[in-house]
Ligand binder design. Structure first.
Ligand SMILES: *Cc1c(COP(=O)(O)O)cnc(C)c1O
Length: 363
């Protein structure tokens, strides 16, 4: 039969996730494998979340409540904003999809980003038949705010800024965002993807300053600091009128019943959350020092990972790490062929990573 796929989608580059532990175990017959490739929570998942999932597991024959009202209420309280502004989704990826699909006119509007950014923005723009444009990063890899402003046209519907950025870990100071927004035309929505904001220092925490701005949408996720990557839960904090329209147009039930309750439980477990931040901060410092003492180039990171360039071919180091049971992320797909991204793990994982890296670089 003729391939019914839309012609414009036939040359799609699929999303490349980090290798899984299972895939690697099979390939190299390894016993002990550590995965530092997808910025997951090193402490696993909160015990309060597990309890909640157990408690609600017998209810999964029921549909969840549409649009996750209980979770939206909990998040509204958490952020001290109106619940109507919160839209929960099946990972923040779903919010990226909803925002582009619901605000951009196909074949007319443009989604504007910068080079080597999170690939889902481009993927969704293409799926939606929306123009997509990237501005080159600054020479120091930072987000090119001035060049983005200079590239905005009447047809620019959305600008995505990731802060802290993936894969660099670089964040945008609040003061720069305020300045950026003052210069941004009203018809353009700034979407701040804050998947890693939990790990960032105070000067990058822009939410309180910008939360009432009519042109900003924030994206948050439970996948990183809250340890729920496999459950798929994220949310947007959206300007009120837009949020109401999006809520009316969204597909029902995309956040499943267990995810909604898990999210509510995760918000209550401040101990787990604080431990996550503490362990991440300690091991980030450790990894940074060790990488530098191995003469690797590093970027300062406001996230739960570090981007570094080893003293040998990154692809070679990546491959050798795999053979030694350590999965990291080669950044070739992000067009940084000399760089690797390593997620911050537990103390033990960090020690193993450094030990194996030393073995490779000193071999
Ligand atoms: C991990 C990540 C997300 C979160 O995705 P989920 O769909 O919520 O798991 C969003 N944006 C960026 C830049 C990320 O790295």
């Amino acid at each position: 039969m003729h391939n019914r796929m839309r012609k414009s989608l036939l040359d799609f580059t699929p999303y490349t996730p980090g290798l899984s532990i299972e895939e690697l175990r099979e390939k190299y017959q390894l016993q002990n494998i550590i995965k530092l490739a997808s910025n997951e929570n090193p402490l696993g998942v909160s015990p309060l979340v597990l309890e909640s999932i157990k408690k609600y597991s017998s209810s999964i024959f029921r549909y969840p409540q549409n649009a996750s009202p209980a979770l939206s209420d909990a998040l509204a309280q958490f952020h001290n904003i109106e619940a109507e502004r919160i839209i929960c989704g099946n990972g923040s990826d779903e919010l990226i999809d909803m925002l582009i699909r619901m605000t951009c006119e196909p074949e007319k509007n443009t989604v504007l980003c910068y080079s080597s950014c999170f690939s889902v923005y481009k993927m969704v723009a293409k799926l939606c038949g929306v123009h997509y444009k990237e501005v080159a990063r600054n020479a120091d890899f930072s987000q090119p705010l001035a060049d983005i402003l200079a590239t905005v046209t009447d047809d620019t519907a959305i600008i995505f800024l990731t802060s802290p950025d993936n894969p660099t870990g670089l964040a945008i100071p609040s003061a720069e965002l305020v300045d950026f927004l003052e210069k941004l035309p009203q018809q353009t929505l700034l979407v701040l993807d804050e998947a890693y904001i939990d790990f960032a220092d105070a000067e990058y925490q822009s939410f309180e300053i910008l939360k009432s701005h009519p042109n900003v949408a924030f994206l948050r996720t439970f996948s990183k600091a809250y340890g729920l990557a496999g459950l798929r839960l994220g949310y947007g904090i959206i300007p009120l009128e837009l949020a109401k329209s999006m809520q009316s147009a969204r597909l029902p039930f995309s956040v499943n019943l267990l995810a909604e309750h898990a999210g509510i439980a995760a918000l209550t477990d401040t101990h787990f959350y604080k431990q996550t931040l503490k362990v991440t901060a300690e091991n980030k410092l450790f990894l940074m020092q060790e990488l530098q003492s191995l003469s690797c180039k590093t970027l300062p990171s406001q996230a739960n990972f570090i981007m570094f360039a080893p003293t040998m071919s990154a692809e070679f180091v990546f491959q050798k790490l795999l053979e030694r049971g350590v999965i990291v992320r080669l950044l070739k797909n992000f067009s940084f062929p000399d760089w690797i991204r390593v997620s911050i793990g537990t103390k033990e994982e960090s020690n193993i990573f450094i030990k194996e890296l030393k073995g490779i670089l000193h071999d």
